[in-house]
Design a protein around this ligand. Structure first.
Ligand SMILES: [Zn+2]
Length: 79
């Protein structure tokens, strides 16, 4: 997770991603990001979708607003 950065949401719901974080993730102007909510926490990822359970980038299914990878799907099936 690293250092904590604080920001404020403006009246249009926007927030500035601090330069240090953009540099750390190599996010540039017009890059696509994806936002997911996990356990009440907003997770902003660069350009890709990630599994809602294990955060793997190998997402194969969407269930409701959750994205699931093959590994987690087979684990759920084996429960
Ligand atoms: Zn997974």
């Amino acid at each position: 997770m690293g250092k904590g950065n604080k920001g404020k949401i403006d009246n249009l719901g926007r927030v500035v991603i601090p330069k240090t974080i953009r540099e750390a993730l190599d996010i540039k102007h017009n890059d696509e990001i994806s936002m997911t909510v996990q356990n009440g926490t907003l997770i902003i990822s660069k350009g890709y979708k990630a599994c809602s359970i294990c955060n793997s980038k190998e997402v194969s299914t969407q269930l409701g607003d959750k994205l699931l990878c093959e590994t987690c799907i087979s684990e759920i099936k084996s429960l």
